[in-house]
Write a protein that binds this ligand. Structure first.
Ligand code: ADP
Length: 500
């Protein structure tokens, strides 16, 4: 397999650049696009070419506080809006994303690198969250009950937690925002959004769309910064902030939890993963290959749900290795700005070097290279997907979240052994298993330490399903009926009702 990198389609590229020129580059505070008082900027690069796409405002701590001022001032009025008003707004936001799907997808591809096909799928996925939460906004229910003792009557209700800080990563520049903004709006919370400094353009375009749809000033504020700790820490320390929702690495999640402890801040944490992908001896190999390609290669492997460790029953390992290697080898590499399905670049040069180091150390330790391995010429952070057989048990590739297209294959003999090995990680986000045995599927669901299990599928994300992890993979859930609860406090009123 030669490492040819295909170019961007010039017509699509020109359209994308027209969209780019419409993206605001300031900070959205209290409904107005403003600059930072200090006037510095962040350069945003296209990972497919290394070229600069835009410069956006580089917020300082004082800008973050201004954004929280706006969110705090808007909180009471937004909380008082009717569920139907919030639901209608979210439905219009859903429609807007679909109406502008090409523009959003182009921005995602430009700043993050995934193919247009995957970027469009992300826009639809993001829009689905907004629709889901437009429906949930009207279903925030309470409870009324008589105390068992017969004394008080209990009124149990849900109230918006208050201004929220939403911190998002670069790998899904729109979907990660939609699945936080959607439930926050539905619950009646105002917010400050801090997108990744690597991919802020989609977030800024989204914020402008929400402003244009008539979201009241101050409900959604956006700040972009190259100094995340310097801006975020004063916000977490500010008593007006009542909620933090973070998606990103476990390393940063732990830092934020430590800061949040000082304010006893409600936290939702979607952190890293190290997903096992288990292939039992009775698995349907066609489904396995489809599932493996999706679970490993979607987003160029840059997903917290990505399959990280492949455990294949020893009787099927040769077949799996041969078939997945040829499928992976056939994936074309190229600039995502094309209608052809391609594997795009990794997000940064550092990410690419990390992949090279992981492969090299596994091979030095005795792993066999079944696919990939050649260096792909630049510009752009391209990396040809790699399949590794039999990495040593202590190989870094089995113990770190790879966050890229490397597929390490280990073998196993028994169900009990593979469950123990699958659970032998501090993480517990996603897991995948392929078996035709229903009872085994149920046993696995009971014993696997993961917030999400894909049985005979590599696709688990769905706005109607609770997304989240256990152990070091996080706290709380996004999407589903649980998602909106993350933005609500429970209040109980005890009513003493006197006899007439
Ligand atoms: P990833 O590399 O997957 O984006 P990170 O955890 O580094 O994961 O980043 C996720 C988000 O957290 C980004 O928006 C980033 O700017 C932000 N971030 C990174 N470090 C900190 C920090 N120390 N405090 C607050 N936010 C941070």
């Amino acid at each position: 397999m030669t490492s040819v990198v295909s170019d961007a389609d010039p017509v699509l590229q020109a359209q994308a650049e027209r969209t780019l020129s419409a993206v605001p580059t300031g900070l959205l505070i209290a409904g107005v696009w403003t600059e930072s008082n200090e006037g510095s900027t962040i350069h945003i690069e296209n990972p497919a070419t290394g070229q600069r796409l835009a410069r956006v405002c580089d917020a300082k701590a004082a800008d973050g506080i201004r954004a929280l001022d706006a969110a705090a001032s808007a909180q009471a009025r937004w909380a008082e809006t009717s569920p139907s008003q919030r639901s209608d707004f979210l439905r219009r936001a859903h429609n807007r994303l679909l109406q502008d799907i090409e523009a959003f997808a182009a921005l995602i591809t430009l700043e993050m690198g995934k193919s247009l096909t995957e970027a469009r799928a992300e826009v639809k996925y993001a829009a689905d969250f907004l629709r889901w939460f437009s429906e949930e906004a009207s279903r925030i229910q309470g409870r009324y009950q008589r105390a068992p003792s017969g004394g008080l009557h209990h009124l149990i209700s849900h109230r918006p937690v208050g201004p929220a800080l939403l911190i998002t990563p670069w790998n899904f520049p729109l979907a990660m925002i939609a699945r936080k903004v959607g439930p926050a709006l539905a619950a009646g919370c105002t917010m400050v959004v801090k997108p990744s400094e690597l991919t802020p353009l989609t977030a800024l375009f989204f914020a402008e769309a929400m402003r244009d749809l008539g979201l009241p000033n101050g409900v959604l504020n956006v700040i972009t910064t190259s100094n995340a700790p310097g801006v975020v820490e004063p916000l977490i320390a500010d008593p007006r902030l009542r909620k933090l929702s973070f998606t990103g690495s476990t390393r940063v999640g732990k830092i934020l939890l430590a800061h949040a402890a000082q304010s006893v801040l409600r936290c939702s944490m979607e952190l890293g993963g190290n997903a096992p992908f288990i292939v039992f001896e009775d698995a349907d190999m066609d489904r396995v290959i489809d599932g493996a390609l999706f679970a490993k290669m979607r987003n160029i492997g840059q997903a917290c749900t990505a399959a990280n460790r492949f455990f294949v029953h020893e009787s099927r390992a040769e077949e799996f290795g041969r078939r997945i290697a040829s499928a992976v080898d056939a994936l074309p590499i190229g600039n995502g700005m094309t209608e052809t399905a391609v594997t795009g670049p990794l997000i940064t040069g550092t990410a690419r070097r990390n992949m090279q180091d992981l492969v090299q150390s596994a091979v030095v330790g005795g792993a066999r290279l079944l696919a990939g391995g050649e260096v792909v010429p630049g510009p752009g952070n391209y990396f040809r997907p790699v399949v590794l057989a039999d990495p040593p048990a202590d190989a870094a590739v089995l113990h770190t979240e790879i966050f890229g297209p490397i597929l390490p294959i280990c073998t196993f003999r028994t169900e009990a052994e593979v469950i123990d090995r699958a659970n032998d990680t501090p993480y517990g986000l996603a897991a995948y298993a392929f078996t035709e045995d229903l009872s085994r599927g149920h046993r696995l669901a009971a014993r696997i330490e993961a917030g999400m299990l894909g049985l005979n599928t590599g696709q688990i994300s769905d706005p109607a399903a609770p997304f989240g992890g256990v152990k070091h993979s996080g706290i709380g859930r996004e999407g589903s009926v649980e998602g909106v609860m993350e933005y609500l406090n429970i209040q109980y009123a005890g009513l003493a009702i006197s006899a007439a």
